[in-house]
Write a protein that binds this ligand. Sequence first.
Ligand code: GLA
Length: 417
Amino acid sequence: MKSIHTPYYVLHIVTSLLSVLLLLGINANAQKFEHLAQTPPMGWNSWNHFGCNVDEKLIRATADAMVKSGMKAVGYEYVNIDDCWHGERDKQGNIQADPKRFPSGMKALADYVHKKGLKLGIYSDAGWTTCGGKPGSRGYEFQDARRYAEWGIDYLKYDWCATEGLNAEGAYMTINRAIREAGRPMVLSICEWGDNDPWEWAAPLGQLWRTTGDIYACFDCEYDHGTWSSWGVLQILDMQDGLRQYAGPGQWNDPDMMEVGNGMTQEEDRAHFSMWAMLAAPLIAGNDLRNMSKQTTEILTNKAVIAVNQDKLGIQGFKYKAKKGLEVWFKPLANGEWAMAVLNRNNHDSKFEFRFRHEQVSDELSKRKINFNEEVFTWRDLWNKENTGDTKAFIKQNIKRHDVLMLRLVPAGKWER
Ligand code: GLA
């Protein structure tokens, strides 16, 4: 009897189809350089303070200042040039830096920054032009990514102006693939302002995604530009609601670069920095690092607050309760520890009272709970370092207008480990 066997070419087609499907499946989870931004990226970006006024002198001096101010020592790493560094494309379509602003070229600048032990970031746009009207990467994605890789770029912020008719996920997939093919690990900062729910699709493509429109250096305001608005710290904070489950190592919600040192009061700067730490937000300074006041430096380099932001679990904090303009936030940390922040949104100083043993903190996302009747924590105030206590006693204290009280709670007996 003749045996029935599948012809070779059928098997071949089936196995090829399977491997294509398998590859697609694998790609959906492993489309980016995996080791990047395991904790929220820390650095500086030119836009908030300097706008289009960027040149190589500023970037060099900023890298110098990042080292000299102590920022590098506490974890700041990326020196990011935002919009308007661009010159024209050459005849082959290669993007060039503006020769007047960057006469030594980007490669030399990257070398300078790398020699300081820091990393260099750059900015482009998925559309035909950037928001500042410079050449965008539309149609040049692979060529641009290769160029950035040749220059030694480590971080790309990719904006969303002049993209009419483009699909956001598709456009960011293209630049993601272009970066991979260029072969140099680069953080991809997705900047489409949260318009297309990037938290739903951006994690396999980039390391951070903007969740809102632009920030503005005020604590509680909307700044109306006519066709769009930028937002104060409280407005942006409120817009983070419902997004924490999307954040984690290598994938961060980005409530925009910081405005610390750009004109708010010291209390407001401190509250802004603390809340960005609680949100596990990227800590990208946006001020003039060359001319910082002592207070601004102290805020940006507060190691204890940075440690909350950089906690290795990477769990974004949550609002536990709000009453009369005072909000209490918690953030689960490694080793059974917690961060707690109390934000005074009021335009006046407010009394805060908290009886730990009357509170039940429970976080469904991390499956962590605190029962203060069964477990005692000691706490330290992360801004006023003399202020300490434990959760057997209650807290009763004044919090200034637009200021914050920020604590680290450690299971009792563990501080001295
Ligand atoms: C957009 C971005 C900003 C900044 C500017 C540059 O508004 O959201 O962060 O990059 O463009 O033009």
